[in-house]
Design a protein around this ligand. Structure first.
Ligand code: ZN
Length: 490
């Protein structure tokens, strides 16, 4: 007796179709699975046996050999329980449906329930790429595939129902309702709650246009965290392609992403390296990948462990992270915007107008060295903040609210799109060029810093609604190059 069923595996975020051949022959009772199965799959034999029995299928007391191919792909994931069970079942009963056109995924419990699995979107994408349009999956995963067109999904809660459907040829596609996840009901925060600090809010606005990494430096209580957290109220929505990318990441983690809202991750400073960039045990995406297409916010960046900060260097430059375990490696995307805050010195009062800093030079130097040794050069913009003066306290921010900032950002991005599609490059006028030349010659700027500065000036020009970087745009961009001022204190 022989059968062949199809399933898929995920490597990184990419799904690939695999086939499972099953051969049952007379002989001593024996069940072997070959073709690079992981430990989890070897364990699935017990679940499959128990689940089949519970579903009224007499488990054969014969030799069962199952082969998974292509051989080079590591077969990993409890979602292969169901196809393994189907392989055995289809040797025993005569299926009334054409199995070759169907992909199977699902984890089995001992009593035959079909449990939800992770990575559904990547698996389904693998099926589609292989030309498979019919998919059998756990009912609980159904909402995840709501947005995918041209597929027929058969959703089941337990193996028994699936066995009957296959036996009698009565499979009916589930209706994939357009599940809409409501945008988390109004972010209750708004930039208009911030008092003063207009230049820092403006820096956030610019950074959001160009995804510039921004470091906010200032004494405790000056509003750094409050402003950084409000960035999430003005982030532009994800495009459909980016939405799918993010949804795949969250599907792999067994979670739902929140539609077109950009992720905003603010890990605690006690986070480990593995949690930040991804687990080395199970090759599970870390915080940086969850932040893909969104923001990674590190509040009080110097409180984070040095090895954690160091581990961010590569992911920030490459927009991707490579995890390796034994001989297997996977690459996950992590194109995020980095926002961080820090005090200018251990006591926090250094560079503050009316306050005395109690740190000595050595302490300040050691403090700042931790950052410059790790990821200072990964920031594009720096904004130095001071405490808000008393005269500002009486009134809330009159110039900025989240709605206004958000619509300015959207306008700037629309202009960028228009310029790109008509092949127009943003250029600098001669006055701005000569200012830039002088600034560069003053030695305050590296080559790398030079190109970063240009990118920021471009974002400012877009916000101004122009395709020319003029003196005003460039001067403002230079104002966010406070890195040498920070280092001067070394
Ligand atoms: Zn101090």
């Amino acid at each position: 007796m022989y059968s062949k069923v199809k399933s898929a595996v995920v490597v990184g975020l990419k799904g690939s179709v695999i086939e499972i051949e099953t051969q049952i022959s007379r002989g001593m009772p024996y069940h072997v699975i070959v073709g690079l199965p992981s430990q989890v799959i070897r364990e699935s034999k017990d679940r499959v046996k128990s689940a089949l029995k519970e579903s009224g299928i007499r488990f054969p007391d014969d030799r069962i050999t199952q082969n998974m191919f292509p051989a080079h792909l590591k077969k990993e994931g409890a979602h292969l329980d169901l196809p393994i069970a189907m392989g055995i079942m289809c040797c025993i009963i005569e299926p009334k449906v054409d199995l070759q056109g169907i992909g199977f995924i699902g984890e089995l419990s001992l009593e035959g329930r079909i449990r939800p699995v992770t990575g559904v979107l990547s698996l389904v994408e693998g099926f589609i790429e292989d030309g498979l349009r019919q998919i059998v999956m756990p009912r609980q995963n159904l909402p995840e595939v709501g947005g995918i067109k041209d597929i027929e999904v058969y959703a089941f809660d337990n193996l028994n129902d699936l066995v009957r459907a296959v036996e009698f040829g009565e499979m009916s596609p589930a209706s994939i309702e357009e599940e809409t996840v409501k945008r988390s009901v109004g972010h209750q925060i708004d930039f208009n709650e911030v008092i003063g600090q207009n230049h820092a809010i403006r820096a956030i606005e610019i950074s959001a246009v160009g995804n510039h990494n921004l470091l906010m430096v200032g004494p405790p209580g000056c509003g750094k965290t409050m402003i950084a957290e409000r960035l999430r109220t003005v982030l532009p929505p994800l495009t459909p392609e980016k939405q799918l990318e993010s949804a795949k990441v969250y599907s792999l983690l067994g979670e739902r992403s929140t539609e077109n809202e950009r992720p905003f991750l603010a890990p605690h400073h006690s986070i480990t390296r593995a949690a930040m960039i991804g687990g080395t045990n199970a090759l599970i995406p870390g915080i940086v990948t969850r932040a893909h297409n969104g923001v990674l916010f590190l509040d009080e960046i110097l409180e984070f462990k040095n090895e954690v900060l160091q581990s961010l260097r590569e992911p920030i430059s490459n927009s991707s992270v490579l995890l390796t375990r034994n001989h297997q490696s996977v690459e996950y995307p992590c194109d995020f915007q980095l926002i961080a805050t820090m005090n200018p010195c251990p006591c926090g009062n250094h560079m503050a107008k009316d306050l005395n800093c109690s740190c000595n030079d050595f302490e300040i130097k050691r403090y700042l060295n931790k950052l410059s040794g790790a990821i200072l050069d990964r920031f594009d913009m720096l904004v130095l903040m001071d405490r808000v003066e008393l005269k500002d306290v009486s009134e809330k921010n009159r110039f900025f609210d989240s709605k206004g900032i958000s619509s300015r950002i959207l306008k700037a991005l629309e202009l960028k799109r228009q310029l790109e599609s008509s092949g127009i490059e943003i250029e600098m006028n001669s006055e701005a060029s000569s200012i830039l030349m002088r600034y560069y010659n003053s030695g305050k700027l590296s080559m790398r810093g030079h190109s970063k500065l240009l990118e920021i000036a471009k974002s400012i020009a877009l916000l101004e609604g122009t395709e020319t970087i003029n003196r005003k745009c460039l001067s403002e961009a230079i104002a966010y190059q406070g890195f040498h001022r920070l280092k001067q204190n070394l």
